[in-house]
Design a protein around this ligand. Structure first.
Ligand code: C2E
Ligand code: CA
Ligand code: CA
Length: 605
């Protein structure tokens, strides 16, 4: 039975929700699931009601709502949302035609199946009921087998319709419509009964990359696997049930492409949500294997709590979205509660993102160059191009701030294109000014790499500038090329075929598979600066750096240490046979003019 809500369905803007308990899967016993249905009977003669109820109880049906007072019928239907109504036509006060008409006119109830009970054999009566939207007829006196058959067929049709309307075909989870309806219901009940609840919005990190690179069928399989894990992780909770008619239980829905939601209609303490969010993150952690691909997927969770964070649907969803964005900014794979502070930050970031959109046209972007240095001779061997944003008010904004914004807003591939073109042109300009050419590295993010866009960028920039490709190097982080490594091999070869060099950046932070490293056409390996910064203080760092250098050499890769800040660090890496470094010890990233001066001095020595 539905809990009593104290408000009628006509208050509710949302469509009615599916009324079967668990919508049965093909594998489940369909008939057993149908007997969970709630059957309503409206007949002015109590004896008829008792007879029908008795027949149906013998068939296993358990949930009945009955009335012989036809004036009560509509309210009862609205408050209980039965799965099927057995409706007598000839009744005093309000007759069956009028009730049927009202049901069909009500936004919430109009889909409720109605079977007309009538002793009339008159065709006009039946036609009139049909025109008003009756689903079926049953002659009086009721024949038990006919009754059971009609009920079963009507319910089976309803289950099918509910599945289409309220469930997501891919994952079998309730869909957005159902979520909205449940949330609406929960908010109303919370208001009346002074309850608190929570909305969790879950968003798969980088799902678009999977769809773009591996195709939507792999994406679909991934979503199915993830939804199964979500289901299990939420089911484990003892506070949580599986929703159906009982809307007071927690429900998991798929509300968009890669978006899910969990609704907790009733929570005692906000802190109770934390372990559940934690469990969801853990459930997603192990690799997924759609069509033999091994994918490490993470999820970001945004949480808004009612009534604190909003008492209407739109505000709560908006606030959960803001919390998700915050979770994504923290690198994904975490959960965040909405707060005013997050909200203010998000407003600021939105402003900054809009300004970033125009930064390139306004010539506010600039590349700085950080020298790469020969560890033994101290001579400049190359450089890395690093982007800076000259913000009119904020001054020099670091990529640590604007790259994540660009990534989130889809601007990053454009920025990467710009950096690559600009670097190629800079190299030509330096050569024209008389400097001997040295290789310069440009960073490429996974967003530009995964969909192969980088190949086009490199080809076009080389063609336009006429630069010899051997002087340009792409830096790709370890995680960019290890995620979906098999596919990336082809992409890396396409880049290599253009004559450029390839470097694996931030090495040691991801989980490289040695067999893949061997198969990638790489030229250089950059040891992540976190290992160099602790190389003198933590013995494990020294051991790791030593192992990385030995491995790089055995794979025939050139190895370079990042983030060298002190002479002691330099001596240590020299002792380990690392012959090149980059770091503040020699120079911070500097504007192109300064870099040119530095090189001019060196060349004139
Ligand atoms: P990254 O590619 O690992 O770049 C190295 C970062 O380490 C740079 O930070 C550099 O300034 C900093 N660094 C170099 N030597 C030292 C040192 O001795 N000590 C310390 N503490 N830091 C050092 P930056 O320029 O702030 O860039 C941060 C990140 O932003 C880069 O990390 C890269 O991932 C990204 N990035 C920068 N420019 C671009 C770009 O043009 N395109 C793309 N896609 N990403 C970029
Ligand atoms: Ca880099
Ligand atoms: Ca790096």
């Amino acid at each position: 039975m539905m809990p009593k809500t104290g408000f009628s369905s006509s208050d509710c803007e949302q469509d009615s929700i599916p009324i079967q308990h668990d919508i049965p899967d093909e594998s489940e016993n369909q008939f057993e699931a149908l007997t969970n249905a709630t059957i309503m009977m409206v007949d002015d003669e109590p004896i008829n009601i008792d007879m029908v109820k008795m027949f149906l109880e013998e068939e296993g049906y358990k949930h009945f709502i009955t009335t012989h007072d036809s004036t009560q019928a509509l309210d009862l239907i609205a408050n209980n949302q039965p799965d099927v109504v057995l409706l007598d036509l000839m009744m005093p006060d309000v007759n069956g035609f009028e009730i049927l008409q009202s049901i069909r006119a009500d936004k919430q109830l109009k889909r409720t199946p109605v079977i007309i009970l009538t002793s009339s054999t008159d065709a006009d009566t039946k036609l009139k009921a049909l025109r008003l939207g009756a689903n079926d007829f049953l002659g009086k006196p009721v024949d038990p087998s006919e009754l059971v058959l009609r009920i079963r067929n009507t319910l089976a049709a309803k289950v099918y319709q509910d599945r289409l309307a309220y469930f997501d075909a891919l994952t079998n989870l309730p869909n957005r419509k159902t979520f909205m309806s449940h949330l609406d219901w929960s908010l109303r009940r919370a208001k009346l009964d002074n309850l608190s609840g929570a909305v969790l919005k879950l968003d798969l990190d980088r799902f678009k990359d999977v769809n773009d690179t591996l195709g939507s069928d792999v994406g679909d399989m991934l979503l199915k696997e993830i939804s199964q894990r979500l289901k299990e992780s939420i089911r484990c909770s003892d506070t949580v049930g599986w929703f159906g008619k009982d809307k007071s239980k927690t429900s998991l829905c798929r509300i968009g492409g890669n978006e899910f939601s969990v609704l907790f209609p009733e929570i005692k303490h906000i802190e109770d949500i934390e372990p559940i969010a934690q469990r969801i993150l853990q459930a997603i952690e192990p690799p997924c294997h759609p069509r033999q691909h091994e994918l490490y997927i993470t999820i970001s969770i945004g949480i808004s709590v009612f009534p604190q964070d909003g008492s209407d649907i739109n505000t709560l969803i908006k606030h959960a979205d803001i919390a998700i964005s915050h979770a994504k900014q923290q690198g994904g794979n975490n959960f965040q509660f909405y707060s005013d502070e997050i909200n203010n930050q998000s407003v600021e970031q939105l402003k900054l993102t809009n300004q970033l959109r125009k930064a390139s046209d306004r010539k506010e972007l600039e590349l700085f160059y950080q020298p790469k240095v020969d560890a033994n001779t101290g001579k400049i061997t190359g450089a890395e191009a690093l982007m800076r944003w000259n913000h009119p008010k904020l001054g020099l904004v670091s990529p640590g701030i604007f790259i994540p914004l660009a990534e989130k807003s889809g601007l990053l591939p454009d920025l990467d294109d710009w950096a690559f073109h600009t670097t190629c042109q800079q190299l030509i300009d330096w050569q024209t000014s008389g400097l001997s050419p040295i290789p310069v590295s440009v960073n490429v993010t996974s967003q530009s790499f995964r969909n192969g866009r980088v190949v086009k960028t490199v080809r076009e920039a080389l063609k336009i500038t006429g630069l010899d490709p051997k002087y340009i190097k792409l830096e790709l982080t370890e995680s960019t090329i290890m995620d979906n490594a098999e596919e990336n091999i082809k992409l890396l070869y396409r880049l290599k075929d253009l004559g450029i060099k390839l470097s694996i950046d931030d090495f040691g932070t991801g989980y490289s598979s040695l067999s893949y490293l061997n198969r990638f056409p790489l030229d250089e390996l950059k040891i992540d600066q976190s290992f160099i910064s602790g190389i003198l203080t933590e013995s494990s760092n020294l051991v790791i750096v030593k192992a990385i250098i030995a491995m790089a050499h055995s794979l025939g890769l050139h190895v370079i240490a990042e983030g060298v800040e002190t002479n002691e660090q330099l001596t240590t890496i020299q002792d380990l046979n690392c012959t090149e470094y980059q770091g503040y010890l020699f120079s911070k990233p500097i504007p192109s003019k300064d870099f040119q001066k530095l090189r001019n001095i060196e060349e004139s020595e």
